[in-house]
Design a protein around this ligand. Sequence first.
Ligand code: SF4
Length: 356
Amino acid sequence: MPAELLGKSLNELREWMASLGEPAYRGAQVYHAIYAERRREFAAMTNLPAVLRERLGREAAITLPMIARKYHSADGSVRYLLPLGIGSAADAARPAAVEAVFMPSDARQTVCISTQAGCAVDCKFCLTATLGLVRNLTAGEILGQVLVALDDNRERLAPRTNVVLMGQGEPLLNFEPTMAAVRILIDPNALALSPRHVTLSTSGIVPGIDRLAQEKVRPKLAVSINASSDAQRDVIMPINRKYPLAALLDACRRYPLRPWERLTFEYVLLGGLNDSANDARRVVRLLAGLRCKVNLIPWNPGELPYRPPAPTAVEEFRRILADKDVPVFVRYSRGQDIFAACGQLAVIETGIEARA
Ligand code: SF4
């Protein structure tokens, strides 16, 4: 069985190369070739001796997720359906598939990626929750989604890439593989993205936030809050019973922000449920003293029993926050027509068919 190299860190590649009896610095050359030069074939790694290239061709692999289907949105976004672990016995019983979304704009592209197949967190407004957790992704599978989306849009790439870990799954419940992928995304000798352009979104896993706070290299942190009281949040995000708002906001207050950084709070507005003026006033009080911004995300119609907020309710909610000097933005999700929008990522269990 060839060794899978995608997702390996610099040190892991150095050690692996040494275990083959090769000089460890060859591992650094392979690291640079895979992530910085984005080479997929060992034969194209011309910085390596020909004999080693041939050996790697026999003994190693760089496996990107296969694109099973693509859905093109009228707004230019593309949703990818990516089955994982094809041919693996472990995935045969319940095939794992994830989705990644490529969203172009003038000066940049944003790639939204998944960290788990399915999700166990069970947010009631989220289609992914209906799958339950299928399995955790490896670092290579997480990183591979970015590479697939960039490779497939090679002709229209803008200079800047943003990555958001907001697809299927709760990243902080698959901590180590997620962070291994993030370190490679941010490493100036690998994909070289700015830490300002990589955002991890959590449903509010308090121990995970505390653990992220200890990391030397960190993405930006977004917290999906979606409610103005525990009573409301318990209903739409059952994880709140384990990590209630007070504990979550305490973790946010002790989170060590860098000088340029603000926390992002995401608030999905569900019509008639969490979108009143009183909700907005409670959110202002909850976030008092935090260096943050709020993204209001009007609910996207899907197959779940919620309705979008009235445009007047969205505007009033926004105004109440803005009047209290809370930076607030209304985010209309991209790719709604291809089920690529927030809370709409769900592959049915065959892993090959989609709901679009
Ligand atoms: S919103 Fe995120 S954390 Fe919640 S169920 Fe969906 S994928 Fe999981």
